[in-house]
Design a protein around this ligand. Structure first.
Ligand code: FES
Length: 103
């Protein structure tokens, strides 16, 4: 089941950075990479609760600021580590507005 919510205008997501949205008990980071792609991932790292929104953004990867683990923003997998997967979310853009699928 799909559950789209409107979150922000595309221009409000900083290039090579993140905008954090809070929805009920969720904290989700929306990242924009150098080429303008955007990704949504749970902001709380499953290892020791680092805030991924404070991490460095690379192509499709964010580096957790606490222990420097790279997290794939598409799959949510920790690269080179066996930490629990971080939940990722589907996004869509319509008329410069960004929507997040909370399914
Ligand atoms: S808290 Fe993210 S890698 Fe440790």
């Amino acid at each position: 089941m799909q559950n789209w919510i409107k979150i922000t205008e595309l221009e409000n997501i900083p290039l090579m950075g993140a905008r954090v949205i809070k929805y009920e008990d969720l904290e989700i980071a929306i990242f924009k990479t150098k080429d303008g792609s955007i990704y949504a991932i749970n902001n709380i790292c499953p290892h020791r609760q680092g805030k991924l929104s404070d991490g460095l953004v690379h192509e499709k990867v964010v580096t957790c600021p606490l222990h420097n683990t790279d997290v794939d923003m598409i799959s949510g997998e920790s690269i080179g580590e066996e930490y629990e997967c971080t939940k990722t979310y589907e996004l869509k853009i319509e008329n410069s507005l960004v929507y997040l699928n909370l399914k």
